[in-house]
Each structure stands twice: as C-alpha cells, then as structure tokens.
Design a protein around this ligand. Structure first.
Ligand SMILES: [Zn+2]
Length: 158
C-alpha cells in the first residue's frame, strides 16, 4: 500500500508509519554519471562522508509524507572537486520533491492556503511563496482574495 514511486530513490530501511505520517528512508539509486563542475564523465570517487537530509513529499491518502535521504559525497577524478550528489526529483530551492512543489498550487486552488498548510504541515508563508512562483498574478491575487474572504473574522478592526 505505502509506496514511494520516485524512481531516483531506493529505500534502504523499512518505512515508518504513524496515523498521520509516513517516513521513507532512502538513498539515490544511481551514482553520479558526470561531474557537476567540469562535466567530465571520469570516475567519481565516493568519499566517506554522508549526511542525512529531510525532504517533504506529496501526501498519501490523508497522511503527510517525508523522506530521510542519505546523501553521499563524491570527488571528481578529473578536476578534483568534491560535491554532494544531486537529487533530480528534489526542488533545488526548497526541501521538497518537485512533485510536491507542483502539487501545492493545485491543492491551494481547491482548498485555499490555510487548509493546504495544515494538511501538508508546511507553514502558510511557504505555501504562499510556492503559489506565487507557480501562478499568474491574476490566479495568485484571486487565491489571496478568496482566503481573505473565508477568514473574515481576522480582518483588522476599524
Ligand atoms: Zn570534475
């Protein structure tokens, strides 16, 4: 039932699941094929260091999903530069999968910002920023306007 279905990652430990949340423990399936600095396809040496990084993903059913990624470090044998492996399914600006970044504006269009924030466990400011980046001015202003109307009680007093 619980399945990650992101091809670039492979699971390395059993899924942890609670009533509200699913956690996948993953690493990248493939070694880097070329150097991100010099573009060489020379051998990449895996270094001893690794780090873990949390990444949020699209919900499954009514559960929030996050990945704990074990990220490895490599050194290019051509230019000598060291680098953390790139995560192609993860948004470069945010600690979210690209599919989550695509999901947020759709969800916000349907249910508005505050419920989307609550459902995903992501603060409203971030939800608004993701929507701002993905939407036209008109769509975004409309979304903000609808949010304002439904939270009428919070209007400042005159
Ligand atoms: Zn290189």
């Amino acid at each position: 039932m619980t399945k990650l279905s992101l091809r670039s990652f492979q699971e390395i430990e059993e899924v942890a699941e609670t009533d509200q949340e699913i956690t996948y423990f993953v690493q990248l399936r493939k070694k880097p094929s070329c150097c991100p600095h010099c573009d060489s396809s020379a051998k990449m040496y895996k270094l001893g260091q690794a780090k873990t990084q949390w990444v949020k993903d699209v919900p499954q059913g009514n559960k929030r999903v996050k990945l704990l990624v074990y990220r490895k470090r490599y050194q290019c044998s051509s230019c000598g530069v060291q680098f953390w492996e790139r995560m192609q399914d993860v948004d470069p600006k945010r600690k979210m999968t690209k599919r989550l970044v695509a999901f947020i504006p759709e969800e916000a269009q349907c249910t508005l910002v505050a419920p989307t924030s609550k459902k995903l466990g992501i603060c409203q400011g971030t939800i608004r920023q993701v929507c701002r980046d993905a939407m036209t001015d008109e769509e975004y202003n409309d979304l903000m306007e609808r949010g304002f109307q439904t939270s009428g009680r919070r209007k400042p007093k005159e």
